[in-house]
Ligand binder design. Structure first.
Ligand SMILES: [Mg+2]
Ligand SMILES: [Zn+2]
Length: 168
Protein backbone atom coordinates (compact mmCIF):
# COMPACT_ATOMS: atom_id res chain seq x y z
CA UNK A 1 0.00 0.00 0.00
CA UNK A 2 1.31 3.43 -0.87
CA UNK A 3 0.44 6.30 1.40
CA UNK A 4 0.52 10.09 1.24
CA UNK A 5 1.46 11.29 4.72
CA UNK A 6 0.00 14.76 4.96
CA UNK A 7 0.35 17.45 7.54
CA UNK A 8 -2.97 19.12 8.41
CA UNK A 9 -2.54 22.75 9.48
CA UNK A 10 -0.98 24.97 6.84
CA UNK A 11 -1.09 22.10 4.34
CA UNK A 12 -4.77 21.16 3.96
CA UNK A 13 -6.44 23.80 6.10
CA UNK A 14 -5.52 27.27 7.26
CA UNK A 15 -3.11 27.48 10.19
CA UNK A 16 -3.09 30.22 12.85
CA UNK A 17 -0.87 31.44 15.60
CA UNK A 18 -1.14 29.18 18.64
CA UNK A 19 -3.26 31.49 20.82
CA UNK A 20 -5.75 32.15 18.01
CA UNK A 21 -6.65 28.45 17.82
CA UNK A 22 -8.67 28.98 21.02
CA UNK A 23 -11.38 30.63 18.94
CA UNK A 24 -11.23 28.48 15.80
CA UNK A 25 -14.12 26.05 15.57
CA UNK A 26 -14.45 25.60 11.81
CA UNK A 27 -11.76 24.33 9.44
CA UNK A 28 -10.96 26.69 6.55
CA UNK A 29 -9.69 24.73 3.58
CA UNK A 30 -6.77 26.22 1.67
CA UNK A 31 -7.55 26.97 -1.97
CA UNK A 32 -7.01 23.85 -4.08
CA UNK A 33 -6.38 21.49 -1.19
CA UNK A 34 -9.57 19.49 -1.72
CA UNK A 35 -8.65 19.15 -5.38
CA UNK A 36 -5.17 18.07 -4.32
CA UNK A 37 -6.54 15.38 -2.00
CA UNK A 38 -8.79 14.11 -4.77
CA UNK A 39 -5.93 13.83 -7.25
CA UNK A 40 -3.63 12.13 -4.74
CA UNK A 41 -6.34 9.50 -4.23
CA UNK A 42 -6.80 9.16 -7.99
CA UNK A 43 -3.10 8.31 -8.25
CA UNK A 44 -3.73 5.33 -5.98
CA UNK A 45 -2.44 6.67 -2.67
CA UNK A 46 -4.16 6.22 0.64
CA UNK A 47 -4.16 9.39 2.72
CA UNK A 48 -2.97 9.42 6.31
CA UNK A 49 -2.79 12.70 8.20
CA UNK A 50 0.00 13.14 10.73
CA UNK A 51 -0.29 16.26 12.84
CA UNK A 52 1.38 17.84 15.86
CA UNK A 53 -1.36 19.07 18.22
CA UNK A 54 0.67 20.26 21.20
CA UNK A 55 -2.06 22.85 21.81
CA UNK A 56 -3.97 20.05 23.54
CA UNK A 57 -1.35 19.34 26.20
CA UNK A 58 -0.53 23.03 26.45
CA UNK A 59 -4.19 23.69 27.36
CA UNK A 60 -4.95 26.04 24.51
CA UNK A 61 -7.58 23.66 23.15
CA UNK A 62 -9.25 20.73 24.90
CA UNK A 63 -9.15 17.19 23.58
CA UNK A 64 -12.91 17.44 23.05
CA UNK A 65 -12.43 20.58 20.99
CA UNK A 66 -9.82 18.77 18.92
CA UNK A 67 -12.18 15.86 18.32
CA UNK A 68 -15.14 18.06 17.37
CA UNK A 69 -12.94 20.00 14.98
CA UNK A 70 -11.58 16.79 13.46
CA UNK A 71 -15.11 15.52 12.85
CA UNK A 72 -16.00 18.69 10.98
CA UNK A 73 -12.76 18.49 9.03
CA UNK A 74 -13.44 14.88 8.01
CA UNK A 75 -17.06 15.57 7.17
CA UNK A 76 -16.08 18.35 4.77
CA UNK A 77 -13.61 16.02 3.05
CA UNK A 78 -16.08 13.13 2.89
CA UNK A 79 -18.71 15.46 1.45
CA UNK A 80 -16.32 15.89 -1.45
CA UNK A 81 -16.20 12.13 -1.99
CA UNK A 82 -12.71 11.71 -0.58
CA UNK A 83 -11.81 9.05 1.96
CA UNK A 84 -9.07 9.66 4.51
CA UNK A 85 -7.64 6.37 5.76
CA UNK A 86 -6.62 7.63 9.20
CA UNK A 87 -5.37 10.51 11.32
CA UNK A 88 -2.50 10.19 13.78
CA UNK A 89 -1.79 13.10 16.09
CA UNK A 90 0.68 13.99 18.79
CA UNK A 91 -1.14 15.73 21.67
CA UNK A 92 1.97 16.28 23.79
CA UNK A 93 3.41 19.58 24.88
CA UNK A 94 6.65 20.74 23.35
CA UNK A 95 8.40 20.30 26.69
CA UNK A 96 7.52 16.67 27.10
CA UNK A 97 10.11 15.30 24.69
CA UNK A 98 7.77 12.55 23.47
CA UNK A 99 8.63 10.24 20.62
CA UNK A 100 5.70 11.15 18.41
CA UNK A 101 6.09 14.89 17.83
CA UNK A 102 7.33 15.51 14.31
CA UNK A 103 10.20 15.49 13.29
CA UNK A 104 10.46 12.39 15.46
CA UNK A 105 9.29 9.20 13.81
CA UNK A 106 6.70 8.04 16.35
CA UNK A 107 3.59 8.89 14.36
CA UNK A 108 4.94 7.11 11.28
CA UNK A 109 5.84 4.07 13.40
CA UNK A 110 2.26 3.99 14.68
CA UNK A 111 0.95 3.97 11.11
CA UNK A 112 3.27 1.08 10.21
CA UNK A 113 2.15 -0.90 13.25
CA UNK A 114 -1.51 -0.41 12.43
CA UNK A 115 -1.16 -0.89 8.66
CA UNK A 116 1.50 -3.53 8.05
CA UNK A 117 0.84 -3.41 4.30
CA UNK A 118 2.35 0.08 4.00
CA UNK A 119 5.40 0.08 1.74
CA UNK A 120 7.31 3.08 3.01
CA UNK A 121 9.49 3.41 -0.08
CA UNK A 122 6.39 4.15 -2.20
CA UNK A 123 5.11 6.80 0.20
CA UNK A 124 5.61 10.53 0.33
CA UNK A 125 5.15 13.30 2.87
CA UNK A 126 3.90 16.87 2.53
CA UNK A 127 4.05 19.66 5.08
CA UNK A 128 4.59 23.36 5.53
CA UNK A 129 7.03 23.19 8.47
CA UNK A 130 10.63 22.21 8.92
CA UNK A 131 9.53 19.37 11.20
CA UNK A 132 7.65 17.81 8.27
CA UNK A 133 10.51 17.92 5.80
CA UNK A 134 13.04 16.83 8.43
CA UNK A 135 10.88 13.80 9.13
CA UNK A 136 10.58 12.97 5.44
CA UNK A 137 14.31 13.35 4.89
CA UNK A 138 15.05 11.16 7.91
CA UNK A 139 12.78 8.45 6.52
CA UNK A 140 14.32 8.82 3.07
CA UNK A 141 10.95 9.15 1.36
CA UNK A 142 9.87 11.68 -1.24
CA UNK A 143 9.39 14.94 0.65
CA UNK A 144 7.48 18.08 -0.28
CA UNK A 145 7.75 21.36 1.59
CA UNK A 146 5.04 23.96 1.07
CA UNK A 147 6.33 27.51 0.85
CA UNK A 148 9.58 26.76 2.63
CA UNK A 149 11.94 28.57 0.29
CA UNK A 150 15.19 27.13 -0.96
CA UNK A 151 16.50 24.15 0.92
CA UNK A 152 19.50 21.87 0.73
CA UNK A 153 18.84 18.23 -0.02
CA UNK A 154 16.14 16.39 -1.87
CA UNK A 155 13.04 18.14 -0.56
CA UNK A 156 10.86 19.48 -3.35
CA UNK A 157 9.52 22.95 -2.62
CA UNK A 158 5.96 23.58 -3.80
CA UNK A 159 3.39 26.35 -3.37
CA UNK A 160 0.41 24.24 -2.38
CA UNK A 161 -0.75 20.67 -1.88
CA UNK A 162 -2.11 20.23 -5.38
CA UNK A 163 1.36 20.87 -6.85
CA UNK A 164 2.50 17.40 -5.69
CA UNK A 165 0.54 15.94 -8.59
CA UNK A 166 3.28 17.01 -10.98
CA UNK A 167 5.79 14.84 -9.13
CA UNK A 168 3.97 11.63 -8.17
MG1 LIG B 1 1.66 22.52 9.30
ZN1 LIG C 1 3.82 13.18 21.17
Amino acid sequence: MKVAFLDRDGTIIQDYEDELWKDITEPVFINGSIEGLKKIKQKGYEIIIITNQYLIDEKIISIQRYKDFTNKFLKRIEDNGIEILDIFYCPHSRHRNCNCMKPKEGLIKMTLEKYSEIDLKDCFIVGDSLCDVELGEKLGIKTFGIGLGKREGKTIIIDSLKDVIRYI
